[in-house]
Design a protein around this ligand. Sequence first.
Ligand code: GLA
Length: 728
Amino acid sequence: MPIIVDETSRTFTLHTDNTTYQMRVDEPGYLLHLYYGTRSEGTMDYLVTYADRSGLCVCPHDVHDRTYSLDVLPQEFPFDGAGDMRAPLLRVRDAAGVYGCDLRYARHEVRSGKYALPGLPAVYDEGEGDGAETLSVTLADPRLGLEVELLYGVMPYLDVICRAAIVRNAGEAALTIDRLQTACLDFTHGSFDVITFSGRHAMERRVDRHFVDHGSFHVGSRRGMSSGQYNPLMILCDRATTETSGRAWSMSFVWSGGFEAEVERCQYAQTRMQMGLADDRFSYPLAPGEELVAPEVIMSYSAHGLSALSQNLHRCIRTHVVRGTWRDRPRPVLLNSWEACYFDFTGDTLVDLAKKAAELGIEMLVMDDGWFGKRNDDFRALGDWYVNEEKLGGTLAELVDRVNALGLKFGIWVEPEMVSEDSDLYRAHPDWALAIPGKDPVLGRDQLVLDFSRKEVRDNIYEQLCAVFDQANIEYVKWDCNRNIVDLYSATATDQGKVLYDYTRGLYELLERLVQRYPHILFEGCSAGGCRFDAGMLYYTPQIWTSDNTDAVNRLAIQYGTSFGYPASTMGAHVSACPNEINWRTTPISARGTVALAGGGFGYELDLNDLPERACEHVKAQVALHREIEDVVREGRYFRLSGPADEVCAWEFVAEDGSKAVLGTVLLLIEGYGVARYVTPRGLTPGAFYRELTTGNVFAADALMDEGFPLPINAEPYMGRTYRFERL
Ligand code: GLA
């Protein structure tokens, strides 16, 4: 049984295959956190210590014991009002505007299966075989009529524990929620590093690792979207933890709106890690009977370093967050029109691209931005989702039929959350954009954000999109989002503090309607590249365009950082032209291919008709290689062997049963008369022999994993190589 409740000691123990999580309701009724670590039996309440620390350490009135203070005790759901002065998960105001509550244990329940959160993305179970269970613990403050239901979803074989919380106004007067975090992990001792993922447009998710000293370290997004500046993924680890050893804990937010992630070291050298909704412009009124859901946080623990932690998250997201037809299927190799021709295309130029793509083995043509309304540049027409037949030289169906006749599937780009001031939609409904009356709206790429907290706005966009998707054989949709929310005013909201939260829920509602109506369509998320790459979006879009930056060297860093929390199967990765259009670097096509082949959403993003014949041969070979390795890349265990700051950046995918491995390498240090560089694979079957398929050379797995094997010396700058190994 994954969940064990000891009714006498009021202890809750949650077991996954390799981890244990434990908490206990103490005598005054507070829910204390005891343990999250290696799977263990027994009670861990000895980890919590009590001492008279000083009169300054506050204590609940009814406890009246100077050795008892919530300012010291490790907790499951710390809140504002009981004397814990560290960052709370919940801050609530009553109808008179007074802060503070006192939440104590009220009841609990164990349910079979993993909880779902209606209207929100969440890890799902696939029936009894998953062995998932849910623990619900309700805390209550009778004075306010406030209830908080804490949900723990235990996914045993994924080694993942999910948390969410439902805040209910079960009283008779209004309440306002001013801060709502989903989960925290309290550590009674230890010295830690925190790992976060920062970036910007075209340089997303670089790895930052900091020592957690006194004070608090915080990242988050105030942008209304999860953002490329900080990713909603945080890892805490022992200072000595490496890829292969040491303890590490992660939190990944299943939410695509603003967020907070914080780690705080307190006066007693205790550490609290937490994650939840952004406080910024958030203030959510709850009338009697209403509730507010704190979106899910996926937690995992590894006693064996960061690669193993990432593998837990990969498996969870790949098999229990991503849904639908495309979850377990090879994704089509696509050619995207954006970097090939930007806005400058006709139906005929697209067909010319498709012809060349078909010759090289590519399987799908994606018509990116520029096909609708008067969209010939990025100053207008967002919101006018009707086909520009004049530009295409015919109907969409005719174009798609021509492309299909060449043996290629057809995909299309949309940016449904946005509206241009110069659009028919904006002229008809100016109040549908988020804009503050009397204040000039802030522009981003000359566009405004539609008010997706309003149902009539979402309905209009839904109908427009369906009209497009229904008129031709559309098999892929790229869902873009190219600016953040600045002006926060919804013309119909009763309270503006609700709008950011309701916007994201509205986005999910629209996405859900579309994925249900078009189960055969492969949706790819995008936000100016990878500026909204989170587990929430992956519930609707099985893959996300990882970055607008397709330079092979920068992409190494971007995909490396992304790999900490997200599987390769979710990463859109394309080969583009050189010099690169973002940083003007020239890299050989071997490097661009090697890097793009490490993403499950493999494809091309360049004018194939401009490519020299030799490069076309490379493309053919890459497409063929992709077909051979794509199952291992999509489903295998992923190992970061070295990073983007090393001489060689190397990574590896190993099939779950160890029968195959794929190794990617890019040489980064370029010197005269080179030194031999070695790569050391991991995760192969000990005692077995493997054949490298290009050379036919046979290697003993143990020696390979000990000494590694040498890369070619004096190769081209930025040489990229993909090696395939098969167990004999
Ligand atoms: C964003 C995307 C690009 C492309 C353009 C089109 O920048 O990230 O891939 O689709 O929009 O305008």
